[in-house]
Design a protein around this ligand. Sequence first.
Ligand SMILES: [Zn+2]
Length: 81
Amino acid sequence: MNYGKIIIMGAYDNWKLKSPDDEGCSMVSSCCGAEYEEVYSEMFDEDKLLCNECNEYCEEIEDYEYNEIQRENYLEDMRDE
Ligand SMILES: [Zn+2]
């Protein structure tokens, strides 16, 4: 869980620094908030999004959406400790 925490901290900082309106939406992978590429999957017989970070298929979400999810996780984490 330490590994995830580092990412969350980074995303949290980003979230603090810029608001969603600062720039047009850029899409990121829903799992890691990272870049992804479209690849054809024979298994699904369609184009899927492949996360560059963890190499898993992912959904695309807007980066501020991802940051908000991370922020919620972060706050929840704080509550647990
Ligand atoms: Zn990922």
